[in-house]
Design a protein around this ligand. Structure first.
Ligand SMILES: Cc1ncc(COP(=O)(O)O)c(C=O)c1O
Length: 368
């Protein structure tokens, strides 16, 4: 087969071949025949009851501590609407998920960007900022297989962040859509689990990466008071989230299809990660990166003199796209890029990297 005209490492989304379409169809049929009343009515802003209970069981919390939403972006939006007022300081990681930065900026938050290290946010730098007088309301942290950086927050840093949140009285927002996608290494406890009775952690996750993004189901878990407030905002926003989607996801989870789906997705991502790292090592030896142990993303640093915006334009002409590092940072990132390997089947990754390497050769004047 001839290689595709365009290869996209740009979107943090799965390729269709790793969506469990048959299991989803079967879950939909069962959901519609077994609970048509629940699936086809408005429901409440808490979300579809059986799904809320499943999520509560999964995280060992009470159903009152859960709100299931239309994707976790919606959950984030409710939490931000509740907690963030213009001028409030919010800690973000540098780099971080571009949509989070945009939503927080849209609310008028003052963003305090703390650099990421290979084991997550630089907690010493955060502590120094707090000791120097910073008073954040909220800290947004992506603990596992970071978007865009690919790194994972160490256990020690998870503990230290909880301590800092308690000592300096801010909410720790653990944004964790990739947690189930570890294909290498040991799983770490969530800060929600470690936080215990402290009540400082609000946790978000999603079925976008374990079922499919089009289903638009995500959720928030946190202290019952915060969740009750989010439910009130949700009622005013949309009465209730999409019950049809949530009923399908509930049945997908209840039947165990979710575990098969996660297994399939992890296997494919593992292979794609391996092929991508090998191709970068072979064709683009100037690339520096942390090898992700799960998830969708690999962050590449190129030598400082390389303008990735120029590389992006040349790569696009050669039929390959990715996202520039600058999109994920308030400043800097000019020589970095994010490669999402979730959407590119393994047999196209080598071709895609070859095109980036050829564009790099055009830019720096040599083929590497
Ligand atoms: C860190 C992070 N948070 C939130 C989201 C939003 O996910 P959802 O599809 O559940 O809205 C994403 C999606 O890529 C993400 O990477």
């Amino acid at each position: 087969m001839s290689p595709p005209a365009n290869i996209s490492f740009a979107r943090g989304a799965p390729s269709l071949d790793i969506v469990a379409v048959d299991d989803l169809r079967a879950a939909a049929e069962r959901a519609f025949s077994e609970d048509p009343g629940g699936a086809f009515s408005y429901g409440t802003s808490a979300g579809y009851g059986p799904l809320v209970s499943w999520i509560a069981g999964r995280h060992g919390v009470e159903p009152e501590q859960v709100i299931a939403t239309n994707g976790s972006m919606q959950a984030d939006a409710f939490l931000f609407q509740l907690l963030v007022e213009p001028g409030d300081v919010v800690v973000v990681e540098a780099p971080s998920y571009d949509r989070t930065l945009l939503s927080l900026r849209g609310l008028g938050a003052e963003l305090l960007a703390i650099p990421l290290q290979t084991d997550g946010i630089d907690v010493d730098a955060l502590e120094q900022a707090l000791d120097a007088g910073a008073r954040p309301k909220l800290a947004h942290i992506i603990p596992n297989f970071h978007n865009p950086a690919g790194c994972t927050l160490s256990l020690e840093k998870r503990h230290r962040l909880i301590e800092l949140a308690e000592r300096h009285d801010f909410v720790l927002f653990e944004d964790d859509p990739y947690v189930e996608l570890r294909f290498e290494g040991e799983s770490l406890p969530t800060m929600l689990e470690l936080g215990g009775a402290g009540g400082k952690v609000v946790y978000a996750s999603s079925f976008s990466k374990t079922v499919c993004p089009g289903i638009r189901v995500g959720y928030l878990v946190g202290p019952a008071g915060i969740i009750a407030d989010c439910r009130r905002i949700a009622t005013g926003t949309y009465i209730s989230p999409g019950m049809v989607s949530q009923a399908i996801v509930a049945e997908f989870c209840r039947s165990g299809a979710i575990n098969r789906s996660i297994g399939m997705v992890k296997k494919a991502l593992h292979e794609r990660r391996d092929v991508l790292c090998a191709a970068l090592g072979r064709d683009l030896p100037d690339a520096r990166f942390v090898v992700p142990e799960g998830g969708y993303f690999l962050w590449v640093d190129l030598p400082d003199h390389v303008e990735v915006s120029d590389l992006e334009a040349l790569a696009r002409e050669r039929g390959v796209i990715f996202v520039k590092g600058t999109d994920f940072l308030l400043e800097g990132g000019d020589s970095s890029l994010r490669l999402a390997y979730s959407g590119v089947p393994a047999d196209q990754i080598g071709e895609g990297v070859g095109r980036i390497a050829a564009a790099y050769g055009d830019l720096v004047g040599t083929t590497t």
